[in-house]
Design a protein around this ligand. Structure first.
Ligand code: ATP
Ligand code: MN
Length: 448
């Protein structure tokens, strides 16, 4: 090797080493680099100096990457019962392995990359043998059966990625976005919740995957547009008529497909909770939480339904809905097979990522009114805030794996960074302005 070659060789090694330590360093300085909040910086100083944080798994090192803390938490996650105990379907298909592997404390195991990747690959590419309308959806949602017997919930593209929801539109008039379903799955995963059904982008051929294998109510609505594209409008409560048809180019459409979940219980009603902060779905009516800041204290805390981990799970869901801008969470489901000590499912995210300039502060009402958050959730948010990795960065990296990437426009990614600081500010206000006790607000219930 001559000197020049050695230099080149050396140079490549250094470059790789640098990449290993800090993948994608550019624009990578934490959510606060563009959206810093004064009080939050003071609050974080207090966090880092606390005796119960120092030397705990929640201690945050400024140089450590986000995925390092996430793996640290993952390793200590509690293991619970498996769905396999309650499912008696024979077979070794990937969708069945996924359903059997559902855990009391998480929907899928993020460290089993192979199973998750195969499940997503199957959802994205296995031939469709049956297409049905999901009768429980208010908008056009299909249930697709794939050639191995697995099913997926398909939401077709209704709105282009760059179309923002008009400020004057109420949440209940919003059309669903397939990109929001995909991004929400990834966000739930990077936040370490693992409570949202695995979801991936998929391209369908309307003729082959819908018209030829669909149930009558669906295929009846397939037609050719004036320019010869194949369209369908299905049958549902909202936006299922020719004025809102889904049209292919000439027959190809894109959408999101989510893994089908097994039944939530033997008696379905017992697995559904009414969301205590649900909205009225009426422009003139307000719910009591919208006018009463004491709502959590008077009407939620202390109720038997919210014992144990449940209220803290609602706080996570509130953080999650605020980040994606979802005002449509009405009922919340869980797998009642596992009893009460189990996670709340995150699904139905078609109405997120609509307004990038609007922060839905009312989505944070549960956290603000209860003055409550899980320590692990707060630690992750603070980590994203201080960097080196910002939320937009880790989400964008994750979304690159989707075949329909890019999924989110810049302004939605930027909004995520802005919202991280706002969540921490609500918690900081509980302690500094509302004078609540640190350990009452920030709770370590062992769920990480
Ligand atoms: N991944 C899934 N696996 C199994 N069932 C599902 C899945 N996703 C949704 N469902 C079922 O379909 C119903 C409708 O879900 P969807 O996400 O389409 O909501 P929606 O159209 O917004 O309905 P709503 O008007 O109630 O909000 C849910 O209540 C649920 O029971
Ligand atoms: Mn909905």
């Amino acid at each position: 090797m001559d000197e020049r070659e050695m230099f080149t060789h050396r140079h490549i090694l250094d470059h790789n080493q640098m990449n290993l330590e800090s993948p994608n360093v550019k624009n990578n300085r934490g959510s606060r680099s563009k959206h810093s909040v004064l009080e939050v910086d003071r609050f974080i100083k207090e966090y880092t100096e606390r005796a119960d944080i120092i030397n705990s798994i929640y201690q945050l090192n400024e140089r450590e990457h986000y995925h390092v803390i996430l793996s640290r938490l993952k390793e200590r996650r509690k293991e619970g019962k498996r769905m396999a105990e309650y499912l008696n379907i024979e077979g070794n298909e990937t969708w069945l392995l996924f359903q059997r592997d559902i855990n009391q404390f998480y929907l899928y195991n993020p460290t089993d990359h192979q199973l998750l990747n195969e499940l997503l690959k199957d959802l994205n590419s296995r031939p469709v043998v049956k297409a049905e309308i999901n009768r429980r959806s208010s908008q056009l949602v299909l249930i697709l059966t794939l050639d191995d017997g697995g099913k997926g919930v398909f939401k077709p593209m209704r709105l282009a990625r760059e179309v923002e929801t008009s400020d004057d539109l109420y949440y209940f008039s919003e059309m669903e976005r397939h990109t929001s379903e995909i991004a929400a799955f990834h966000l739930d995963k990077v936040l370490g919740f693992y409570r949202a059904p695995p979801t991936i982008g998929r391209i369908l051929n309307i003729t082959r995957d819908i018209e030829q294998v669909g149930e009558d109510t669906l295929t009846k609505t397939v037609y050719r547009s004036p320019v010869g594209n194949v369209c369908f409008y299905g049958n549902c409560k909202n936006f299922c008529d020719p004025a809102f048809a889904v049209c292919g180019q000439p027959d190809m459409i894109q959408g999101s497909i989510s893994a089908f979940l097994p039944s939530r219980s033997f008696h379905s009603a017992s697995a559904i909770l009414h969301h205590p902060w649900s909205r009225s779905y009426n422009m003139k009516l307000k719910q009591s939480w919208e006018t009463n800041e004491e709502y959590c204290e008077t009407s939620v805390k202390g109720q038997s339904e919210f014992k144990g981990r449940r209220l803290l799970d609602f706080m996570d869901t509130s953080v999650f809905d605020f980040l994606i801008g979802n005002m449509d969470r009405h009922n919340v489901e869980f797998f009642s097979q596992f009893g009460a000590d189990t996670f709340l499912l995150h699904y139905d995210h078609g109405r997120g990522f609509g307004k990038s300039q609007y922060d839905c502060m009312s989505c944070l009402a549960p956290v603000r009114q209860c003055c409550l958050i899980r320590l692990s959730t707060l630690a992750k948010l603070i980590k994203l805030y201080i960097g080196p990795d910002s939320l937009r960065h880790v989400l964008q990296e994750s979304l690159k794996a989707d075949p329909l990437a890019p999924i989110l426009r810049e302004r939605h990614l930027d909004a995520l960074d802005r919202r991280v600081g706002l969540i921490i500010k609500v918690i900081s206000d509980c302690i500094t302005r509302k004078r609540k006790l640190w350990q009452e607000v920030i709770v370590n219930d062992g769920v990480i």
